[in-house]
Design a protein around this ligand. Structure first.
Ligand code: NDP
Length: 407
């Protein structure tokens, strides 16, 4: 874990709390538990944010003021037992909710993502020591949407943590399209930048497609460019230089959980450019027989019932009930939704597109929300950046698909 310089916690308090909460949600830890354990002498948000960074094993801890540090050192925050996962808590309370007795294996995206980040850290070290290059990621943020700022902050922390060179370009909501295009062109020509990420959505007066198209394909770290998507879809085409992060994260989860894909029936619910469409092509390239469903599909239940692998990327809270799931199937739930939870302080909690409590009883393996696909997205962004840096050095990319017939 790394302590870094940055904006002071006091000035940035509310934003850090947002980031912390998102980190916590993504990494599946309980906020209440941390707050109860916080020392009265230390601001609770600082303690909790630090603990969240440690718990996730991947988020960089925001700077603590020296006087806070003198009261409670980061080492004591990291002491064994201070940070405990939901699983450990459930076990301590004698609950088995996160590992149901007769239910599915839980695919733990948080730990897979942590493993990938550790691999990336060592790949970055190799690139630095053996090839004299440091992967560089530029993040362009426009306006002050809380969700965008939070995601950008998380991405930057993750990039710092694995040792990337980072560039931030932040613009007010009033930025012109020409100014943004000029920024992208400048980053295109910066040899220290290997990946350019423009956080979406952009304000209405900006032509989003035009800005994204301006990113050079060999710096398209999100893998959204027509050339990268085209190469992903072509059989026997060139390997894409980068793959859309969330779909790539789904595939990593399947592969690292030893889920057989070849010859299986896969049903993808959702056909968006960023999730449904690319993940369907990836599965097909791994020899699955793929059905893509969407809002006009008839009898969705019948499609899902014959699926060995279900990828839900809809954006509708718990729309897929447990009794649609074929016994033993693998469920990858991409959805991030909220549902009312009067017992929680906020009055809501995060949930996926699949009814987890129902599906976990019949599925063979399932991702939770939070703590499933979510943590994988940033891990794959880091992997894409390393691959683009490797490409710039003329080195082969780190492969995603182990059993692909195409790329
Ligand atoms: P989009 O809104 O772009 O796409 C949703 C898809 O679901 C569309 O193809 C739509 O069909 C389909 N759909 C909507 N309603 C139904 C229905 N009743 N029956 C069948 N299909 C339906 O969403 P995204 O792909 O961007 O995201 C999907 C979910 O994944 C969201 O919850 C999002 O928050 C989450 N997400 C999570 C990420 C992560 O890192 N964990 C990253 C990205 C997204 P049609 O095409 O006909 O409109």
């Amino acid at each position: 874990m790394l302590l870094m310089n940055g904006p002071g916690l006091r000035n940035d308090e509310h934003k850090d709390i947002d980031t912390f909460k998102l980190c916590m949600a993504e990494s599946g830890f309980q906020i209440k538990d941390f707050l109860e354990r916080s020392s009265d002498k230390v601001p609770k948000f600082a303690t909790a944010t630090c603990a969240a960074g440690a718990a996730a094993g991947s988020f960089v801890v925001p700077p603590l003021r020296p006087d806070y540090l003198s009261e409670l050192s980061p080492a004591s925050l990291l002491a064994p037992g201070f940070v405990r996962s939901r699983t450990v808590l459930a076990e301590e309370k004698g609950e088995t909710s996160s590992q149901p007795a007769a239910g599915a294996r839980i695919i733990d995206g948080k730990s897979v993502a942590a493993q990938i980040r550790a691999e990336i850290r060592s790949q970055v070290d190799d690139l630095k020591s053996q090839h004299g290059t440091t992967p560089g990621l530029a993040v362009v943020l426009v306006g002050n949407r809380t969700d965008s700022s939070t995601y950008v902050r998380m991405k930057k922390r993750a990039a710092d943590e694995v040792g990337f060179y980072s560039v931030d370009r932040t613009f007010p909501e009033s930025v012109t399209e020409d100014q943004l295009l000029a920024c992208v062109h400048e980053l295109n020509t910066d040899p220290k930048v290997h990946g350019i990420l423009v956080q979406l959505p952009l304000p209405q007066h900006i032509n989003e497609a035009r800005v994204l198209e301006a990113i050079q394909v060999d710096k398209d770290v999100d893998g959204f460019s027509a050339q990268n998507i085209g190469n992903l879809c072509l059989r026997g085409g060139k390997p894409p230089l980068a793959l859309p992060c969330t779909p790539a994260g789904c595939i990593e989860l399947l592969q690292r959980s030893e889920i057989e894909v070849s010859g299986k029936e896969a049903v993808v619910i959702g056909r968006s450019n960023i999730v449904g469409m690319p993940v369907a092509h990836l599965l097909q390239s791994m020899d699955a027989t793929v059905t893509v469903c969407h809002s006009r599909s008839k009898d969705l239940a019948a499609h899902v019932r014959r699926a060995d692998i279900v990828i839900a990327a809809i954006g509708r809270a718990e729309m897929v009930p447990g009794d649609w799931i074929k016994p033993g199937a693998t469920v990858i739930d991409v959805g991030v939704n909220s549902k009312p939870a009067p017992e929680s302080k906020k009055g809501y909690k995060l949930c996926g597109d699949v009814d987890f409590d129902g599906a976990v009883k019949v599925a063979g393996a399932i991702t939770p929300v939070p703590g499933g696909v979510g943590p994988m997205t940033i891990a794959m962004l880091l992997k894409n950046t390393v691959n683009l840096a490797r490409h710039a050095q003329g080195l082969p990319r780190l492969p995603l698909r182990r059993k692909a017939t195409g790329t």
